[in-house]
Design a protein around this ligand. Structure first.
Ligand code: SF4
Length: 126
């Protein structure tokens, strides 16, 4: 079975927000006084794996992890490790790149643990 939208287009991509929190307050993104969700309402790494695993059976081929800033989740590594078990065709990450970064030969900074599991990443700020 495949997911389709109201115009009968196949749904292949899934955006997954791990948190609404961020370590920055870009004006175009965050309200001046944000009210964040209670962390107790967050899905667990295992719940993400179960839900996304089900959706793969419905034709999802690309999963993009986002936030807020997903790297502020203390269990971020665990979430990624759980998702890596699913063998998602394309797993990518949107991040501001400020946390847990290391210098590379190109001078850019990449989250150091992204390379093993996440195939692509995109910065939400320049
Ligand atoms: S770093 Fe990204 S998620 Fe955070 S406030 Fe700026 S645009 Fe939004």
């Amino acid at each position: 079975m495949q997911l389709v939208d109201q115009w009968n287009r196949r749904i292949r991509k899934l955006r997954v927000s791990l948190t609404d929190q961020c370590n920055l307050r870009c004006r175009y993104c965050m309200p001046l006084h944000p009210e964040f969700l209670d962390k107790s309402s967050y899905l667990t790494p295992q719940q993400y794996k179960e839900i996304i695993g089900e959706l793969l059976d419905y034709g999802i081929e690309e999963v993009r992890i986002t936030g807020g800033e997903p790297l502020v989740r203390q269990d971020f590594d665990e979430v990624i490790q759980e998702l890596a078990k699913l063998k998602i065709p394309s797993l990518s990450l949107t991040t501001n790149g400020l946390l847990r970064s290391v210098p590379t030969s190109s001078g850019k900074h990449y989250p150091h643990h992204v390379g093993n599991c996440v195939q692509r990443w995109r910065q939400c700020i320049q």
